[in-house]
Ligand binder design. Structure first.
Ligand code: TYD
Ligand code: MG
Length: 471
């Protein structure tokens, strides 16, 4: 490509293409392709000069364990795998207003209080604004060094003079710019270029770099996905803005697990940690109602009980609506198709709405059976019996498959006072559920039509612990 030729870049994923298009082929985003002038010339090859010879080393580390800075915020440390790793870069991505700045100001203060040198650099807010927030959070005494800047050159010059910081927060990467690039802050090339320089500094100095990235659906700035491959860990900060619960989820982590979540509650004085989230997504005051089922899920290493709500309502002929919040819509379509094929329910003329209570997003296939139970319950207008929890995966042929960690799920359900569980029928000792808590009676089902039978004909006390599955 000749110098300064325009090229077209997707703001969402960073893919380049020769022509403009309404939809990005790479990530499927609409209206995300913009024109950027390229400064790079054609690849020139290496030419003649010889490079430096590399020193190859073995895999054994001389240091033993990686050095980490635990923040002392248990929920955050859980997601990062025990603390921030020296020299690593972490991207905290989330919708505007979800609480990223609040979380990182709290984390920086907690670190600083433990003697970690923490710098907080904001390109979005003024010093007084940040101080006001610190005041609201009760953190004005924390020895965090605060600065506002948007020029990466200024930031690096300041960081390189004097003692290096242990942790550097940059809020947000979309406001930072490199003066060597022509494009405006927030464009794909600026976001990438600025991040690259900051990450290089972190690697060389051993500081931890925490970058804030706004998720942008529309608008003119590049999203965090263009950075995901450059950083060591990507944390997503999720939650409904009008819900108080916030979840930090690792989607990539070179130094820890990626299936853990950290749960927080946004209060008037900042984010409070929720160490026992199980009870959070339940509705204990309300008795059983049709269309609600409690799923015994696993988030990372923790069992979490979550209410799943379904509403099956007659819809206009021809175009039934399927609306899902907190679950995969493709998976809902599959569960509906399996229910229709195996139970004789006619769902294709009904609208189906599905909601995961509390603003959580579930990814586990183990939720299939709970979703099916909520749908069957709403369809048949009979509540799932009080005190019961559900888990299991559903296959296309209508079979209910076992899922991992059933012992942990049942234990958590027993702890929260549940007395019954609808579970897959697995083989083995006490039919595969040894050791199951004695307080819970199990209804094991092997096929989806047994679920419909089970919920359609409960006796007065709800269904009892009879195994209707094949043993
Ligand atoms: P913020 O951290 O500024 O979000 P982000 O950096 O992701 O854009 O948080 C903004 C929201 O959080 C704002 O709507 C107000 C709310 N909030 C509280 O409810 N309590 C608090 O103590 C703070 C600091 C913010
Ligand atoms: Mg912010």
């Amino acid at each position: 490509m000749a110098r300064n030729d325009p090229r077209f870049v997707c703001k969402t994923c960073g893919a380049t293409r020769p022509r403009w298009a309404g939809k990005c082929d790479a990530c499927g985003a609409w209206n995300s392709i913009i024109e950027e002038t390229s400064r790079e010339g054609a690849p020139k090859g290496l030419g003649k000069g010889k490079g430096r010879t590399l020193d190859f080393v073995d895999l054994r580390s001389a240091q033993g364990n990686v050095a980490r800075y635990p923040s002392g915020m248990v929920e955050l440390d859980r997601v990062t795998g025990g603390g921030l790793v020296r020299g690593s870069s972490v991207l905290l991505a989330g919708d505007p207003g979800i609480g990223k700045s609040t979380l990182l100001l709290q984390a920086a203060s907690a670190l600083a209080a433990n003697g970690v040198r923490a710098d907080y650099i904001s390109g979005e807010e003024g010093i007084e604004q940040i101080r006001l927030r610190a005041d609201r959070l009760g953190l004005t005494e924390a020895p965090v060094r605060l600065a506002t800047a948007t020029s990466v050159r200024d930031i690096l010059t300041s960081l390189e003079s004097g003692k290096p910081a242990d942790v550097i927060v940059v809020d947000s990467i979309q406001t930072m710019y490199l003066d060597t690039l022509d494009s405006a802050p927030g464009t794909v090339s600026q976001v990438r270029g600025a991040a690259q320089e900051l990450i290089r500094h972190a690697k060389l100095s051993g500081s931890v770099l925490l970058l804030v990235g706004h998720v942008t659906k529309e608008g003119q700035i590049a999203g965090p996905r263009v950075l995901e491959h450059m950083v060591d860990a990507v944390l997503y900060f999720e939650g409904e803005r009008n819900h108080q619960f916030r979840i930090v989820r690792a989607v990539k982590n070179r130094f820890g697990p990626t299936d853990e979540i950290g749960v927080f509650e946004m209060t008037g004085a900042g984010l409070a940690e929720v160490s026992n989230p199980s009870a959070l997504f339940l509705n204990p005051e309300r008795g059983p109602v049709p269309g609600a089922a409690v799923f015994a899920g696993i988030e990372g290493t923790r069992p979490v009980l979550i209410e799943i709500q379904a509403l099956v309502a007659p819809g206009p002929p021809g175009s039934p609506r399927r609306t899902v919040v907190g679950w995969d819509s493709g998976r809902l379509a599959m569960v509906l198709a399996v229910l229709e094929a195996h139970t004789g329910f006619s769902l294709s003329s009904s609208d189906v709405f599905l909601n995961v209570a509390g603003g959580l997003r579930i990814g586990e296939p183990a939720a299939d059976l709970a979703v099916a139970a909520a749908i069957v319950s709403s369809y048949s207008k009979r509540p799932v019996p009080e005190g019961s929890t559900v888990f299991g995966e559903i296959g296309l042929s209508g079979e209910v498959r076992p899922v991992p960690q059933h012992a942990a799920r049942l234990k958590e359900a027993a702890k929260l006072g549940f007395s019954q569980a609808i579970v897959p029928n697995v083989g083995g000792g006490r039919n595969g559920y040894e050791p199951a808590p004695a307080e819970i009676s199990l209804s094991r089902i092997a096929l989806i039509d047994e679920l419909a039978d089970l919920l359609a004909s409960p006796n007065e006390t709800g269904f009892v612990g009879v195994s209707v599955g094949r043993t």
